[in-house]
Design a protein around this ligand. Sequence first.
Ligand code: 2RA
Length: 338
Amino acid sequence: QKYDVAVLGATGAVGKTMLEVLAQREFPINNIYALSSERSAGTTVEFGRRELIAQNVDDFDWSQVQIGLFSAGGSVSEKWAPVAAEHGVVVIDNTSQFRYDDEIPLVVPEVNADALYGFRKRNIIANPNCSTIQMLVALKPIYDAVGIERINVATYQAVSGSGAQAMEELAKQTAALLNFKEAKAEVYPKQIAFNVLPHIDVFQDNGYTKEEMKMVWETRKIFGDANIQVNPTAVRVPVFYGHSEAIHIETREKISAEQARELLAKAPGVVVMDERANGGYPTAVTDAAGKDDVFVGRIREDISHPRGLNLWVVSDNVRKGAATNSVQIAETLVREHF
Ligand code: 2RA
């Protein structure tokens, strides 16, 4: 069977990648519609070897499609996801708009595909935040084997997570500085080139940022564990594609680095790169960018805690962190639920 699919936000970094991944993975598509705001309507986007013209979502007839992949900002999803859902469209939403709604599944197929059984309640499925996705793909096998009580994580997040203007800012600042000119900070509050900013999304009353709290809220919902303790620090780094994470967990039962390595090597969606030698670890630029896997290295027992384990986790934030996870949800749906 083939499906009629719409991508809303088709001219943005994630939307373009959704189209790229749908084509690359040969998702069974009958008709494909690229949807955008009025401002971006008319823009040409690629779908495999085809070119699509982005249509204004305001004029779109949702009865034409069965699946909608959304990534055009929370307010756009808030407006159009219920409209599409009422037409029977299954919406897979990459924004944070619906993630914390108890009636809406928040899904990483390798981690909690069973949560999809509830999707018909609202016909909306939420795609988790990129920094949560890669962390939980890596932690799932360990969580199932020995339980996890606490997660400390520091993230090193690429500027593509902020969108095209942020990528342009990094490039412009870098060029300016290399030419002994002043680096102007407009997208970010401070210079990002050759610098790191401990600030992603808005500050909360507890001193954490919303990006950090998303990792707490989403980990608990996806693992179905209201008691797991999560302590993130989310940092923006001068990298274009690929988020990196230094993860320190406290497990319920002791697990050795070797046991963890063996579990991870068999885990779906995980690639272990863990040699204690030069280059024996994954990095965003050399290994993760452009790929769909979650790469894990620097696996070692925590010398400061009897049941502690440390991991270094890297993944392409636009692909597995957004577009590919969304397409994998759609693949799981058509394979098992439609
Ligand atoms: C970021 N995870 O990296 C957020 C949203 N994509 O900016």
